[in-house]
Design a protein around this ligand. Structure first.
Ligand code: ZN
Length: 151
């Protein structure tokens, strides 16, 4: 049974890796952040359009492994329409899930990354876009590196 679930999760990740959603530059973005994961070579730029406290639109560009691209793709789908506070809560849920495998609350499709904790080298790939999101929400200009966090 668990193998079936893993297969399903892998299919979702592969789908978002091969055909990433919201994969484009956003010239009128109000926030932008870069993420870099030197351990794997993942690089991405995340764009947000904020309207007050609400994330109206999100997109990304970049290159990297399948996990990092699928994570950014699902992230941009997930945070559209959320408030900053809701996105921060989702970040905490995703970080907990990716590092422990335990899902706390409803994370929707992001649950496909619950198995990543078994592969420590992949954890930073999966969390990269989320750190970029937090950097963008905080309005930090410096690129986000997975080497500077406690994940
Ligand atoms: Zn990677």
């Amino acid at each position: 049974m668990f193998d079936d679930v893993n297969d399903l999760y892998q299919q979702v990740i592969l789908d978002h890796c091969k055909q990433p959603r919201n994969f484009h530059e956003m010239p009128d973005a109000t926030r932008m952040a870069q993420g870099h994961n030197p351990l794997c070579g993942d690089n991405l730029k995340l764009f947000l359009t904020l309207d007050g406290e609400v994330i109206k639109d999100a997109s990304f560009v970049g290159s990297g492994c399948c996990i990092s691209k699928a994570s950014a793709s699902l992230l941009t789908d997930n945070v559209k329409g959320k408030t900053k506070a809701e996105a921060e809560k989702t970040f905490e849920q995703v970080r907990g899930m990716i590092t422990t495998g335990k899902v706390n609350g409803d994370v929707g499709k992001l649950a496909v990354f619950a198995g990543v904790y078994k592969y420590p080298a992949r954890v930073k790939c999966a969390i990269l876009s989320w750190h970029a999101l937090m950097g963008a929400l905080r309005g930090e200009a410096a690129p986000v590196s997975t080497e500077n966090d406690q994940t």
